[in-house]
Design a protein around this ligand. Structure first.
Ligand code: ADP
Ligand code: ZN
Ligand code: ZN
Length: 749
């Protein structure tokens, strides 16, 4: 039987999401696989082109007279590219996107960025020969030729700029000497080096040699046990681990040891860290351990710099890539290890199509390539902990700090009581008191406001009651005219004047900004030096790094900001952390609200007392009895997890079940609402076959961005597979109906 392959022609040349069918030659019939790279004749002129095999079948779907045959397979560099293509195809099918979108996400943009080459001029023959020729040129007063050859006798290779610039040698002269075989104009590939790597290199040169020891101290018993457990896994076989290590338990040293081990086995490693922690301060430890074997990606790199770092990985120039989620696609040939630090962070989910989750894609890539996946966090995501509980990965715990420090002492303040006792300020009495003593001791404090929650929930300041949807168990959002709306199911109720629980009239939308807090603090502590970090003060390329550095140098006593300030930073001078209105994130209309709140508070507590001084934290809340608050105050992850997983099981939310969000957006509100209604109706019909649950359409938590309206449909089922099936039907339906053409629709899961 003849076999045919659907081929995508080299993506850097095509903007079209189109495949072409080719005949598979007999010698390849048994071995060709999706993901293989092949050479083939393309177009009318039959020019030689490169293509990717996406699908193989026995069915001919183009006219036989048009059918051409694949010439050969060209998997130039082992099959790294093929594996990445398989990964892209999996992403396309699981998350929903076009093939082109998936390939563009995974493969570096070839040829779109001209490679930077440095040109130089070198002598092509022995100096004696040059001296003979030089004699002739001198006699004929061919001074330009003389000038160049003399210079080259001094220095056998000169940069071309210097030759054409300083020496004023023209092109015809160069060409003449080159044709005569006396010189050669060469180009040398140079990679564009990101600024952060240049800084690291420079600093280590100034310091003298790079430290040879991997970390500079020996691992604690707990750290060693974790390293040993990972090491025991079979080389070349996929295995997954979750390191649950309290803040300050020394996860970085463990990562460094694991990476060193991977390199010893001649395999490569990828370390994902959240964008916000991709600071000089954090990567310096890795640079000390691995020197120029590492490279770094981050969002401020140019397209060209990014491309070059991937090229270096391909060429075997580096073995370790550190970066945000896109670093996951580094084309290493023998990938041995993927580490995802702070795996609970939101930034591991992509917002552009395909809307992938780096943790899931990392798992897939590690499985495809027989690599080890290590997730690490002090506050693991429900998904990752659940996976460990189900035996999908192995849980490794680190409960102490190798430096001997203790976790921060936490005080929970009931803000309802503050109001009752006549204190209506944003600062509770306990927090003011602790701020005062911290200042007196010359130590630093951080105050943060949880900005997530600005969607405007409605709170009773007397009893703390928050208005919730009777159908979804998430908070209602305040909309124009005081209406209360559920973002999951679309439930609505009119404005309320009185708290339905205690009857108090002090019920309404809750708002406070970082600026306001700064003003209140400045008023209460006129001598304190205050720094503020939020979207307004961090404009410009390195705005936020600048503020953090300044605070790190103890140029301020108090840092006020959004939740940004308490993520992953290591300031030994900080003794006190205050969470103002910790509840804000508890009230977001999101089933992950409690999880986010717990994570944020525990991470924040981890910022206090990292140096010699013991740390303290104050949590201000209207829900002192909520388990997200009590468990974060006690810093007991397991008890939080038990409570939360019960809720997820009861409600069918992930990780107990699977959820898919279908985001729809358009400029025309009317059209959007109509299309979303049709789509939801169709989804309900399909979902019924699988006993899946469809909610919505409803307005998204942020219902309008830059004049584009946004709505969402949610599909829920126990099994992820059923959601993929529903998605596939929906994709076809969207494709076939012209009514959806002006609507931008994406799937998220
Ligand atoms: P985490 O990322 O788990 O919060 P870090 O990796 O930042 O913790 O480590 C916290 C601190 O402990 C760092 O200052 C680090 O240098 C130090 N540290 C880590 N391991 C050891 C060890 N075995 N002995 C002494 N100090 C250590
Ligand atoms: Zn009330
Ligand atoms: Zn609802």
């Amino acid at each position: 039987m003849d076999l045919y392959a659907d081929i995508m022609i080299d993506i850097s040349h095509s903007k079209l999401d189109q495949t072409f069918q080719y005949r598979i030659p007999t010698e390849l019939a048994a071995t060709l696989e999706p993901g293989d790279v092949v050479e083939l004749p393309f177009g009318n002129g039959n020019r030689l082109a490169k293509g990717y095999v996406l699908r193989i079948s026995g069915e001919l779907s183009c006219p036989p007279e048009k059918l051409k045959t694949i010439l050969r397979r060209v998997n130039e560099m082992g099959n790294t590219e093929s594996k990445l293509i398989s990964l892209a195809l999996w992403m396309r099918d699981y998350y929903g996107s076009t093939t082109l979108q998936a390939l563009h996400t995974v493969l570096p943009f070839r040829n779109t960025v001209p490679e930077k080459k440095k040109k130089r001029v070198v002598l092509a023959v022995a100096p004696e020969r040059v001296r003979e020729e030089l004699e002739q040129f001198r006699k004929k007063h061919q001074t330009a030729r003389v000038r160049l050859l003399e210079a080259l006798l001094d220095e056998p290779a000169l940069p071309q700029e210097a030759v054409t610039g300083t020496l004023r040698i023209t092109r015809p002269v160069l060409r003449y000497l080159e044709e005569k075989g006396l010189i050669r104009c060469e180009s040398e590939q140079i990679y564009r080096t990101p600024a952060i790597l240049r800084e690291l290199r420079q600093e280590s040169e100034e310091e003298g040699n790079i430290q040879t020891s991997v970390t500079g101290f020996s691992l604690s018993q707990e750290q060693q046990m974790v390293v040993d457990a990972v090491r025991e896994s079979t080389p070349g076989r996929f295995a997954e681990f979750l390191i649950h290590g309290v803040t300050g338990s020394g996860k970085t040293a463990v990562y460094i040891e694991l990476i060193a081990d991977t390199l010893r086995h001649h395999r490569q490693a990828i370390l994902l860290i959240p964008e916000i922690s991709l600071t000089y301060q954090n990567v310096v430890r890795f640079y000390h351990a691995f020197g120029d074997r590492i490279s770094i990606l981050h969002s401020r790199l140019t397209q060209a710099e990014r491309y070059d770092q991937f090229e270096r990985a391909k060429m075997g120039d580096i073995d370790v890539m550190i970066g945000p989620r896109s670093a996951l696609f580094t084309p290493f040939e023998h990938l041995g290890l993927i580490i995802i630090d702070e795996e609970h962070e939101l930034s591991y989910k992509s917002e552009s199509v395909p809307r992938y989750d780096a943790r899931e894609v990392a798992r897939k890539r590690a499985a495809l390539e027989g690599a080890i996946l290590v997730l690490g966090s002090a506050t693991p995501s429900m998904e990752s902990y659940y996976a460990a509980a189900q035996g999908m990965s192995r849980l490794l715990s680190m409960r102490s700090r190798p430096t001997g420090g203790r976790l921060a002492e936490v005080t929970v303040v009931d803000m309802r009581r503050e109001l009752r006792d006549g204190n209506s300020s944003i600062l509770s009495r306990a927090l003011s008191e602790k701020l005062r003593t911290t200042l007196e001791r010359g130590q630093q404090s951080m105050l943060f406001l949880n900005r997530r929650g600005y969607a405007g929930f409605v709170l009773c300041r007397s009893c703390g009651h928050v208005m919730k949807c009777p159908h979804c168990d998430v908070s209602l959002s305040l909309h124009d005219g005081g209406r209360l709306v559920c973002h999951y199911c679309g439930y609505e109720q009119p404005a309320i004047k009185k708290c339905p629980v205690c009857g108090s009239p002090f019920i309404g939308g809750f708002r406070a900004g970082t600026q306001q807090i700064e003003a209140v603090v400045a008023d209460a502590f006129p001598k304190a030096r205050i720094l503020r970090m939020d979207a307004d003060t961090t404009r410009g390329k390195d705005g936020h790094a600048e503020i953090l550095r300044s605070f790190g140098r103890h140029e301020a006593d108090i840092l006020v900001g959004t939740q940004m300030i308490v993520k992953g930073h290591d300031f030994p001078g900080v003794a006190l952390v205050g969470a103002l209105a910790a509840d804000m994130s508890l009230n977001v209309s999101d089933f992950r609200a409690a999880e986010r709140t717990y994570q944020l508070l525990v991470q924040a507590a981890g910022r206090a007392g990292r140096g010699e001084i013991p740390g303290e934290m104050v949590i201000q809340t209207y829900h002192p009895d909520h388990y997200a608050i009590t468990c974060s105050a006690a810093q007991t992850y397991e008890s939080f997890y038990e409570r939360e997983i019960d809720y997820r099981r009861l409600s069918g939310y992930p990780p107990a079940g699977s959820l898919m969000t279908v985001h729809c957006s358009a400029e025309d509100e009317e059209k959007l609402s109509q299309a979303a209604t049709y789509l939801a109706r169709f989804a309900r019909q399909v979902a019924a076959k699988y006993q899946a649950d469809v909610m919505g359409p409803s307005r998204e938590p942020v219902a309008k961005i830059k004049d584009v309206y946004r709505m969402a449909i949610y599909v829920r089922h126990k099994e992820a597979g059923a959601l993929t099936a529903v998605k596939n039907y929906m994709e076809q339906y969207i494709e076939m109906n012209s009514g959806f053409h002006d609507i931008f629709i994406t799937f998220e899961r």
